[in-house]
Design a protein around this ligand. Sequence first.
Ligand SMILES: Nc1ncnc2c1ncn2[C@@H]1O[C@H](COP(=O)(O)OP(=O)(O)OP(=O)(O)O)[C@@H](O)[C@H]1O
Ligand SMILES: Nc1ncnc2c1ncn2[C@@H]1O[C@H](COP(=O)(O)OP(=O)(O)OP(=O)(O)O)[C@@H](O)[C@H]1O
Ligand SMILES: [Mg+2]
Ligand SMILES: [Mg+2]
Lengths: 256, 256
Amino acid sequence: MIVWTVANQKGGVGKTTTTVTLGGLLAERSERVLLVDTDPHASLTYYFGIDSEQLEMSVFDLFIKGKNVKKEEIIQMLCPSTIEGLDILPATMALATLDRTLGSKTGMGLILKNALEVLSDEYDYAIIDCPPVLGVLMVNALAASSRILVPVQTEFLALKGLERMLRTMELMQSSQSKAYRYTIVPTMYDKRTKASLEAYHRLREMYGDRVWTSVIPVDTKFRDASLAQQPPSTYAPKSRGVFAYSTLLTYLQQKR
Amino acid sequence: MIVWTVANQKGGVGKTTTTVTLGGLLAERSERVLLVDTDPHASLTYYFGIDSEQLEMSVFDLFIKGKNVKKEEIIQMLCPSTIEGLDILPATMALATLDRTLGSKTGMGLILKNALEVLSDEYDYAIIDCPPVLGVLMVNALAASSRILVPVQTEFLALKGLERMLRTMELMQSSQSKAYRYTIVPTMYDKRTKASLEAYHRLREMYGDRVWTSVIPVDTKFRDASLAQQPPSTYAPKSRGVFAYSTLLTYLQQKR
Ligand SMILES: Nc1ncnc2c1ncn2[C@@H]1O[C@H](COP(=O)(O)OP(=O)(O)OP(=O)(O)O)[C@@H](O)[C@H]1O
Ligand SMILES: Nc1ncnc2c1ncn2[C@@H]1O[C@H](COP(=O)(O)OP(=O)(O)OP(=O)(O)O)[C@@H](O)[C@H]1O
Ligand SMILES: [Mg+2]
Ligand SMILES: [Mg+2]
């Protein structure tokens, strides 16, 4: 099972949209896919019409049960989606308390990694959607994954703090003693504005081949798809936004 | 001094934009204004061209010094802005560690409230920009303020989880035994799409007079203003976005 994390401390940059769109495209290509929601605000969970408040079990329970959680227990936490081959490990608001209650305990950084290893023969891909926070949930996501996707809006202010954040994420992951692989995904690119073009060139100057070779354009179909509670790849398969994500997916699969 | 908090656990909804625009408008009306950045990603700090990584002192130091911080020490943390009468209390990435290190200690919820009381004869207004997280920084902001402004995108997915979040914020504040006053500010309203209109009507149905009587429209000038590192009220004073915020400001000042 290949595990990707989608993360950025800046809010509203398209983390959930990236997770859902890539997940939908992989399921169309007959891969078995698990989407993991680690955001207490539960956007991914709500996206698929799952009422986070009604859930009895969620990612939060993985942290309560700790290292000895059994496969059957994890499977009970999963929710099917309307898409064949695509399941959700949902989030609840209770995750917002994790940093305060468990943050300083040792060994809490590998809970998600352990749980996904238990499930690794059930799925081909797992994609983890992160909250816009550098906390214990992010540490877990980084430890569990082989590559981090960092959506970055193509605007100048979005480039501020990016360098520092990438370094902090590297530190958070370095305790896992493995290669730190990330791909910057320029998103919400608006070809009509000069600011977008300039910011994109600046990104490529600063990060070279760590930046994906293309961009995700601004596309209103993404909002419409979330209103329809369908992955963009199902809702608007021929849209330029989905086409861009399928190019990204091919690029990522070649990189492994 | 009147203190407002701008908060929403959802990312990218316009919290920083709301804080900067209202701050700029108040300074134009010759009010003395302090903008407080409690987001570890430091968007507000970078907006004003302040390099968060070079700062010796920031909001983080208020938590280190604790209740006995002196007025001179707080004044040293402040940064002037290019706008007459508008100062910034900046943020650093170190704030990301607060929940893990101080979250469970008692008495950490009133640090910001105490500090702003010390400064209360220096400013007429203070506006606190929050990270998209329900944590110890949010507890501090809620305790320090008389009203919470909640920017909400006019789209269906943005309405999911809103009820739960407002209730959680009320619980976080109830320990301060004062009235819980919030105003929902519909933002990024796009009059061309039916989804925006429907979501706006849904908001009014659900929350009645807790929703501001108008909306902040989608306006590309906000991104341009942040690129120019000027408050929107300075950069594009006649834009429809700034006009909408000045109507909001008049509404809020009448509500006190
Ligand atoms: N390429 C795009 N073009 C236009 N709109 C987009 C695009 N990508 C995402 N959006 C819209 O932008 C908003 C924010 O996206 P999303 O919720 O995926 O961001 P996020 O980074 O997950 O936010 P959070 O920080 O709250 O987790 C949504 O309304 C989404 O539909
Ligand atoms: N009314 C609007 N119309 C168009 N763009 C807007 C509007 N308000 C904000 N924006 C843009 O949306 C993006 C997100 O805004 P902003 O950074 O203020 O959100 P935020 O809620 O503070 O995000 P975070 O969750 O990261 O703190 C920015 O690029 C900003 O310029
Ligand atoms: Mg999200
Ligand atoms: Mg912000």
